[in-house]
Design a protein around this ligand. Sequence first.
Ligand SMILES: C[S@@+](CC[C@H](N)C(=O)[O-])C[C@H]1O[C@@H](n2cnc3c(N)ncnc32)[C@H](O)[C@@H]1O
Length: 229
Amino acid sequence: MKLTGRLAAAAALIPEGRSFADIGTDHGYIPVYMCHTGKTPRAVAADIGAGPLQAARTHIVGAGLQEKITCRLGNGLTCLTPGEVEGGVICGMGGRLMTEILRASPHVWRRFSFLVLQPMWYSGTVRRFLYEAGWHIEAETLVTEEHRLYEVMRAVPGRKAMLPFWLWDIGPVNWRQQDALLARRLTLVIARKKKILNGLLQSRKDQAERIRVLQKELAQLEARKCRLL
Ligand SMILES: C[S@@+](CC[C@H](N)C(=O)[O-])C[C@H]1O[C@@H](n2cnc3c(N)ncnc32)[C@H](O)[C@@H]1O
């Protein structure tokens, strides 16, 4: 089997030879691909929904991988025993839900040696959470699939200097590598922040502080974008 686009980019960031749990697995494509290709010895495919988990189970049995992949029904990391897998993969969810899942089970993910995360939105919330928790991002990819831009990151334990705020939504490795899709990501982030700023400027409440912070962020992002072009 072959993965494309977003899921292929996520799978490429999973360290080979390490077991992991795929949280919110749905169809189970990532664990099936990783075990089928021999890149991973064993995995847990977990989902909060019985329907998605059944889809994963069907796929796993179809690939003859039921000895290597265990299915678990549960909310986030609560279905895992601390130490039973070496890492976690969470893809295709919003960044706020991802951080909620991590916040709810620190005793589980604190024992991981890696996390591969692909937030659909609010990636800045995820990066900030990781750095505040004493982890850092060691690999990142920007990828397009059907015209949409996706971000994927691999985080590992170890405290590094806190990211400057303008990098939360961009990603330190994306910036350092000068990823080919970086200008597109910056354009998106700037457009989104401008929209929020316009909303604040029209608000009847006192938003002076938020407006000041957002204007400062926008100025930083515009300056970085100019350097890229
Ligand atoms: C959009 S799908 C993403 C599937 C796959 N990870 C991907 O990236 O293609 C999101 C999946 O996460 C599951 N999910 C949502 N909240 C969850 C939670 N708190 N714990 C576990 N799974 C969850 C949903 O049931 C759904 O199957």
